[in-house]
Design a protein around this ligand. Structure first.
Ligand code: PMV
Length: 366
């Protein structure tokens, strides 16, 4: 068993002996999405990443989740009702039920709890933006909060670490969403505090990278047809997997260096290399598949041409889909914003662009 997991299991055995101070109440969290600069693609059992990743925590693309809970000794639960955008969703409730059941090792009280969950995303449903990172982290934060309320515990310094650990078990990338600004998840030689079990704040962020903008070009609004679990799984037989994991670690090391010195040009080179490598892995998997669309490639080309013509620091990254994340410093919002409007907007479905930026992490709702 890994060290933090061991600690959490010991705490959970202790909890079973403790008295509950309250037996019902509620909590609410708004948790953001994040975009990986160095990508996590490929994993081992228990959601352990095959390589370390580094991400930018966003501001606008969030999930807001309110959980009402009630302790009930008589049930062997958890019992969950779930409403998304005001509508009862049994399919989501079943999924959350499976996730919560997994967490009973660390939070035994979940078995005897009834949960009434209300959730919504602050970004449009049909935007092609994956909501697993923001939704899983909002749920995990809520559970950590409920546990503290129920047992009268102070949040303590491990609050976000535990929330990140639990988020990871729901969706790997969700582990990074609880961290403000930039997060590292997975063991890397570039950061000795790094862990496979939870994400930590990126140690040094030069002024150059503070408040980076992420304008998300919605090339395709449909939700992806190929799940990331399926993609991670295909890395087990991908002939280039070993080289990819080594390249990701090299990129982590270089990125951590330039984040310290403020070298935006190298940051962009690494970010673009990572985006293309992620999609190269998809294409070279067996079976191979293609998520980029002609307009994705057109946008990438236009961004690169604009950068070489103007010398401005703007680059792209991709998630597991066709949409393009345009990343640039906030002090260049004017010229780059004009370029996005005139050259990139026509490539987007319905002209949709979501303007987001680096953010301060999750917020507890009042
Ligand atoms: O967290 P998952 O299992 O949905 O995987 C996310 C994988 C990518 O979004 C493609 C990359 C990343 O690091 O976020």
């Amino acid at each position: 068993m890994r060290s933090f997991e061991r600690q959490l299991s010991a705490n959970s055995a202790e909890l079973e002996r403790q008295k509950r101070e309250i037996t019902e109440g509620s909590t609410g969290w708004e948790s953001p999405s994040n975009i990986a600069i160095v990508k996590y693609w490929g994993k081992y059992p228990d959601q352990i990443p095959a390589n370390a990743s580094l991400s930018l925590t966003l501001t606008e693309a969030c999930t807001r989740t309110v959980i009402k809970f009630r302790w009930n000794e008589k049930i062997d639960g958890p019992v969950i009702t779930f409403r998304f955008d005001g509508e009862e969703r049994k399919d989501f409730a079943d999924r959350i039920g499976r996730y919560f059941s997994l967490l009973t090792t660390f939070m035994p009280w979940i078995r005897n709890a009834e949960f009434n969950i209300e959730s919504l995303n602050t970004f449009p449903h049909s935007s092609g933006i994956a909501s697993s990172a923001s939704s899983m982290s909002a749920l995990a934060l809520g559970l950590c909060d409920i546990e503290n309320k129920m047992y009268g515990k102070d949040p303590g310094e491990n609050f976000y670490r535990k929330a990140s650990f639990l988020s990871r078990l729901g969706s790997g990338s969700a582990s990074r969403s609880v961290i403000p600004e930039m997060a590292i998840w997975g063991i890397t030689a570039s950061c000795k505090e790094s862990s496979d079990e939870f994400a930590i704040p990126a140690p040094a962020i030069h002024e150059q990278f503070k408040g980076l903008n992420d304008s998300i070009l919605i090339i395709e609004s449909e939700q992806k047809k190929i799940s990331s679990s399926f993609g991670h799984d295909l890395m087990k037989t991908n002939p280039y997997a070993k080289l990819r994991f080594e390249a990701a670690e090299e990129n982590m090391q270089l990125l951590c260096k330039v984040m310290n010195t403020g070298d935006l040009g190298t940051f962009i080179d690494i970010m673009e290399n990572e985006a293309l490598s992620l999609h190269a892995m998809m294409m070279t998997s067996k079976p191979g598949y293609l998520l980029v669309k002609p307009n994705t490639i057109d946008a990438i080309q236009r961004i690169r041409d604009y950068r070489s013509n103007t010398g401005l620091a703007v680059g792209f990254t991709l998630d597991a889909g066709a949409n393009v994340h345009v990343i640039y410093p906030s002090d260049q919002s004017e010229p780059i914003g004009n370029f996005i409007d005139s050259e990139l907007k026509p490539l987007c479905e319905g002209g949709t662009i979501i303007h987001d930026r680096m953010g301060g992490g999750p917020i507890r709702l009042k």
